[in-house]
Design a protein around this ligand. Structure first.
Ligand SMILES: NC(=O)c1ccc[n+]([C@@H]2O[C@H](COP(=O)([O-])OP(=O)(O)OC[C@H]3O[C@@H](n4cnc5c(N)ncnc54)[C@H](O)[C@@H]3O)[C@@H](O)[C@H]2O)c1
Length: 426
């Protein structure tokens, strides 16, 4: 786990001023010394797979006490109690919310249940960390965001890349113009697995495999695209205007209702495009966001960047390239003008020297705890989460309706100019 002081030191080495400009929510750590002795009393609602993962970091934070749990599945509660044996278990989350000693809730239930729990939690005066995607519909996301603004309670979403040193540094370089003008962003997430979980009894299928059914999930869009689409708006500092695409079930025809094969294209006002592809029957390319400028490309997931102009490949590599592309077959009339473009042999440079030990999750949680204790909502963090969820839901709708959809004006919020709100101490 990366300590937040190490993290800040790292960021300082990268150039704190510019890093804060590209990622203003890093201000969450500004009051670390002041809060060292204060505690945040937390409840976890839905401590399943992700919830327990989050708890594994939270229990290491000396400023956190996980005091309460709620889940509708006994096995999840049993597993969670191993991490926090003294936590009080509530059978009804509304009763949990009545407990005045609880400052904040972490919501890690399936997508279709986030909205009601989060709205009730805000109404009960709790600060909220809600896993992504935040809502099952765009209207729900909007209402959740507005409720956060109305109540002034802290609102974080499970977008851990916002605290990932590779992404923070990549964004700083992009905003400094290192890769020139960004005209294309390709994002993809490939897996070769059915996405199913072991289900001990048929009546538990919809609870355990909620990701595969339309009533509880929007499939690959809300589960995977949500992380990657946010990278595009973070890089370009604006939102796409419209989206179109296609989704289908082409391989896992096992009774699931959500697509296993998706291609979406988001278009910005100036024609710049961001694509999201996901197929879960081939994992060769893994996952990545390829942010492409006229001077270079950055791949934050891999943690690397590549400049367009590099020293020419050694002669033997060029020979292999030419051979692979069968240039020789056409030699008699060959002019290089029609020889196929070959992929760049450039192996690139690492963004942060070595591969960071964190994907941002522990730091995101630390920042949430810090925000709850200081009662300060870091700038733009809720907005990034809001738009990440909105973009994947808009994309999902475009796939379902097989048409181009524009981002609805009614759901636009002030994205870039949003400063941190100082909330009132209770
Ligand atoms: N940020 C990330 O990288 C990341 C990764 C994985 C999952 N997630 C998100 O975390 C959330 C949970 O995913 P998961 O993989 O942990 O699912 P999961 O099925 O393992 O866990 C969900 C838990 O919620 C419980 N639950 C279901 N309905 C409930 C209800 N109405 N009230 C209370 N508890 C209920 C289940 O019993 C289970 O314990 C999803 O929103 C998912 O998108 C985020």
């Amino acid at each position: 786990m990366m300590d937040r002081r190490d993290f800040l030191k790292n960021i300082a080495m990268l150039g704190a001023g510019t890093a804060f400009l590209a990622s203003p929510w890093l201000s969450a750590f500004a009051d670390v010394k002041e809060t060292a002795k204060e505690k945040c009393r937390l409840a976890v609602i839905g401590p399943g797979s992700r919830g327990q993962f989050l708890m594994s970091f939270l229990v290491q934070n000396p400023n956190v006490e996980i005091v309460a749990l709620h889940d509708i599945y006994d096995k999840s509660i049993e597993a969670a109690l191993k991490l926090v044996p003294k936590a009080k278990v509530y059978a009804d989350y509304r009763k949990l919310l009545e407990d005045k000693s609880i400052d904040a809730v972490v919501i890690a239930t399936p997508l279709n249940t986030h909205f009601q729990i989060a709205m009730d939690a805000f109404d009960a005066g709790k600060h909220v960390f809600c896993e992504k995607s935040i809502g099952y519909t765009m209207e729900q996301c909007y209402k959740m965001y507005m409720k956060h603004r109305e109540t002034g309670k802290i609102f974080f979403t499970g977008q851990q890349r916002l605290f990932d040193p590779r992404y923070i540094k990549a964004m700083e370089m992009i905003h400094a113009g290192t890769f020139g003008s960004i005209n294309a962003i390709r994002t993809f997430w490939y897996r070769n697995a059915d996405w199913r979980r072991y289900c001990p009894k048929p009546e538990l299928e919809k609870l355990i495999n909620w990701r595969l059914y339309k009533e509880s999930s929007r499939g690959l869009m809300t589960e995977l695209a949500c992380h990657q689409l946010q990278i595009g708006s973070w890089a370009l500092q604006k939102l796409p205007e419209k989206v179109c695409g296609h989704g289908a079930i082409t391989y896992w025809k096992d009774g699931r209702e959500v697509y296993d094969n998706i291609h979406c294209m988001y278009v910005f006002d100036d024609g710049v495009k961001m694509t999201f592809d996901s197929v879960i029957s081939n994992k060769f390319y893994g996952l990545e966001e390829q942010i492409m400028g006229n001077l270079g490309t950055v791949e934050p997931e891999k943690g690397k960047y590549y400049f367009e102009d590099v020293a020419p490949a050694p002669a033997f590599l060029q020979l292999i390239n030419d051979w692979e592309n069968k240039v020789f077959e056409s030699l008699p009339f060959a002019g290089t003008s029609w020889a196929p473009e070959t992929a760049n042999e450039n192996k690139g440079e690492y963004i942060t020297g070595e591969r960071p030990k964190t994907d941002g999750t522990s730091l995101l949680l630390d920042a949430f705890v810090e925000a709850v204790i200081t009662q300060k909502q870091p700038a733009r963090i809720a907005e990034e989460g809001y738009y990440a969820s909105m973009l994947c839901l808009l994309g999902h709708q475009a796939l379902e309706e097989e048409r181009t959809l524009y981002f609805p004006d009614a759901f636009k919020i002030d994205y870039l100019n949003h400063q941190s709100i100082k909330t009132e101490k209770p």
